[in-house]
Ligand binder design. Sequence first.
Ligand code: DAR
Length: 312
Amino acid sequence: MRIVYLDEPTYLPEWWRARFARLGDFEVFNDRPDPETALHRLRGADLAVVEWTRLTAGLLSGITRLRYLTLVTTSFDTVDLDAAARAGLTVAYCPTYSRQAVAEHVFASLLALIRRLPAADRAVRAGASHLYGPFLGLELHGRTLGLLGTGRIATAVARIAAGFGMEVIGANRTGRAAPGITVLPLQEVLRRSDVLSLHVPLDGTTRGLVTAERLETLKPSAVLVNTSRGALLDQAALTRMLTTGRLAGAALDDITTQGAELLRTLDNVILTPGTAWYTDTARSANLQEVYDNLVSYLAGRPRNVLTGPGRR
Ligand code: DAR
C-alpha cells in the first residue's frame, strides 16, 4: 500500500511521519508540484494526502491507480468533486481540526479591529503614551453577531460570543436549528448584525454569496469578519463600502488577490494571511484527523467523505 503526502506539509514532525509509515509505504514530497508532477506522483500511489495542489478535472482524468485521497483542509474548493467521482476516487477532508482555532481567531481579529490594536501598537512604539483620541473603541457586549453558516465553526463562535454578552443570530440554507444561534432568514441576519461573520464552505453554490446588494443591507456601523474563503464575497463592493464609510470595518483572513491593492491600504481593515487555523493545538489535531481518515478508509469505513465510494 503506497501512500504519498503530495505537497509540502506545513507541519509533519518526525514522530508523526513514523506513525504514518506504519500504515504503508509512506513518501513525503516537500515541494508544491506543478500539475504534471502532481499527476505523476498520484499515479504511483494507492492513497494520497493533499495540502496545496488544485485537483482539477484535467488532472483527475489522468488518475489510474489511486483509490483514495484525503485533503488536510476543511475547505474543499481546490477539488473538482464531480471529476473525482468520475475517476472513482473517494475524497475525504478534515472538517473538525481547526474549529476552536478559527473561532478564537474571529475574536482576535475582531477585537484588534474594533480596538484599533495595530495602530495603537505603532503609536506607542513611536513614543506615544495615554493617547486616546484616535483610538475610541467599540464594545461587543450587547451587540448582535450575525453568522452566515451555522456549522461546527459557527457554533464555536456563538459559544464565545455568548461569553461576551452578544446576541447571536444566524442563517443557513435550510433554516434548521443550531445550538446557541437564533436562526433567521438571511436578509434579516444581514439587516440586524453589528458584526457579520462568515462560516460557509466555498463551492459552486456559495461563490459570491455575499453580493454587493447583500452587503448594502448591512448597517453602516457594522463590521464584517471573514475567516472562510475570500471568494464568498464581492470584494470590490466591500472595498468600495469600506472606503466610503458605508461600512465601518472588516477583518479578513483570506482575500482574493485580484484588485486587492486598495484594500491593503485601508486602516479600517485587519488582514491576516490565512492563519486563522494555525495554532499549536490545531496543527496537531490536523495530523490526527488526517491519520484517522486514512485508518478509517483502510478499515473499510471511510469517514469525512466528500465524494466517491464510502460517502454517507
Ligand atoms: N483554509 C483552511 C486552512 C488550511 C491550512 N492548512 C492546513 N491545515 N494544513 C482549511 O482548513 O481549509
